[in-house]
Design a protein around this ligand. Structure first.
Ligand code: 13P
Length: 249
């Protein structure tokens, strides 16, 4: 009913030759044509698009909140659209914490991405202190509310949400399937509150944070986990393929 997808986030990794090799291995392995995407360093987008088969979408990890002009070093939503990029990650915890991106900036990025026909992957998730204090549902809910109250139901159809608890990113410590499911259903209910049942049921909600071949199937078995946003394990073709296949089973 709703689209299932596994998305790799390469972050600031790979040389161009490593990147090409990874895509070539994914091409060979992805025999059942399961839809997947990899968010690659922007510099490599064009070269990798020319290599990837049609089931592997080459996406971006970031986009400017500004339209165009004197913003040295930035890449605009219009530029990504002109390169036929479909997916862009917005609000990743590394952007929020290391690059000081606020909910306001994230909301601007979502808006300009939608205006330029991109599909934003809106990331949310709490830090360990918030989890320990027991406030995580409220915390994540506010991150999502902030964006959703500024968009339309039609916009929502083009957004993927990714729940990535910060304490599980790159730490080897995954949220249990039950912990992830608890937040996913909470997020789906927020979508429902804003846009109703039908759109909430169709919204793809991904889990991210130390997803590996060994824990993927258990996570994907949950009702409201529609795929994964994979960091470290997406840098190895075989482990990424194993995760993609687990989402199919
Ligand atoms: P890891 O899979 O390396 O924990 O990273 C998750 C992530 O941040 C994906 O965006």
């Amino acid at each position: 009913m709703r689209e299932k997808i596994v998305i790799g986030n390469w972050k600031m990794n790979t040389s161009i030759s490593e990147a090409k090799q990874l895509v070539e291995e994914l091409n060979k392995a992805n025999k059942n044509n399961t839809k997947t995407a990899v968010l690659v360093p922007s510099l490599y987008i064009n070269a990798l698009q020319n290599l990837a088969n049609k089931s592997i979408h080459i996406g971006a990890q970031n986009v400017s909140s500004f339209e165009k002009g004197a913003f040295t070093g930035e890449i605009s939503a219009a530029m990504l659209n002109s390169m036929q990029v479909e997916y862009v990650a917005i609000g990743h915890s590394e952007r929020r914490t290391i690059f000081n991106e606020t909910d306001n900036i994230i909301s601007e990025k979502i808006k300009i991405s939608l205006e330029n026909n991109l599909k934003p992957i809106l990331c949310c998730g709490e830090a360990l202190e918030v989890r320990k204090a027991g406030d995580f549902l409220d915390f994540v809910g506010k991150q999502i509310d902030f964006v959703l109250e500024k968009i339309t139901a039609n916009d929502m159809k083009n957004i993927i949400i990714a729940y990535e608890p910060i304490w599980a990113i790159g730490t080897g410590e995954t949220a249990s399937a039950a912990q992830a499911q608890e937040v996913h259903i909470y997020i789906r209910n927020i979508v429902k509150k804003h846009f109703g049942n039908e759109i909430a049921d169709k919204t793809t909600i991904l889990y991210g944070g130390s997803v590996k071949p060994s824990n993927a199937a258990e996570l994907f078995a949950e009702q409201d986990i529609d795929g994964a946003l994979v960091g470290g394990a997406s840098l190895n073709a075989q482990s990424f393929i194993d995760i993609i296949n687990a989402n199919n089973g």
